[in-house]
Design a protein around this ligand. Structure first.
Ligand SMILES: [Zn+2]
Ligand SMILES: [Zn+2]
Length: 167
């Protein structure tokens, strides 16, 4: 999945992702491992939307230094979500992950042609959400909005192609 080139401004957080994850492991009675450390660094290199297979493609291959098995990647991604480091959501039947820790709340436009996710923040949307919730006496813990359609670049290509087809 391609990511939009412009990421949102990161939030400042008191603990590094590594420290935050170590806290989580302690509360669960789990042990820190080199593989877990390596995967945090790999995931937190940049803000991105990815599924497990895309991450595995970027990681060292079997026999190379820092190789992590697919099963460990899948399991560790779930731990990262559980620890609040990553968020996950379903898109086209796949589980997509992105950074949550130290990254602001946002929503997405999803281009169904090039599969790009474009991030945006809207104060108006948040206030509508909160108004609707308070009307219903509902306590909000979060929301996810994905607007589907065709991005500007793909729209242009389509119009160009349609013109050519007419000639
Ligand atoms: Zn597109
Ligand atoms: Zn995002």
């Amino acid at each position: 999945m391609t990511n939009s080139s412009e990421s949102l401004e990161p939030l400042s957080v008191s603990l590094s992702p590594q420290e935050r994850f170590e806290e989580y492991l302690q509360t669960r009675g789990l042990r820190q491992t080199n593989q877990r450390k390596f995967l945090i660094d790999a995931v937190f290199q940049e803000h991105d939307h990815f599924d497990a297979d895309e991450l595995i493609d970027r990681l060292p291959r079997r026999g190379e230094k820092n190789y992590v098995s697919s099963a460990t990647v899948y399991r560790t991604l779930r731990e990262f979500v559980d620890a609040g480091l990553l968020k996950s959501f379903q898109l086209d039947g796949r589980t997509v992950y992105e950074l949550d820790y130290g990254y602001p709340q946002h929503d997405h436009l999803y281009c169904t042609v090039c599969r790009q996710l474009i991030e945006f923040q809207s104060r108006e949307l948040m206030s509508i959400r909160d108004d609707v919730a308070s009307e219903k006496g509902f306590r909000v813990s979060g929301h996810r909005m994905i607007i589907q359609g065709i991005c500007r670049a793909c729209g242009k290509l389509r119009r160009k192609k349609r013109k050519q087809d007419l000639v």
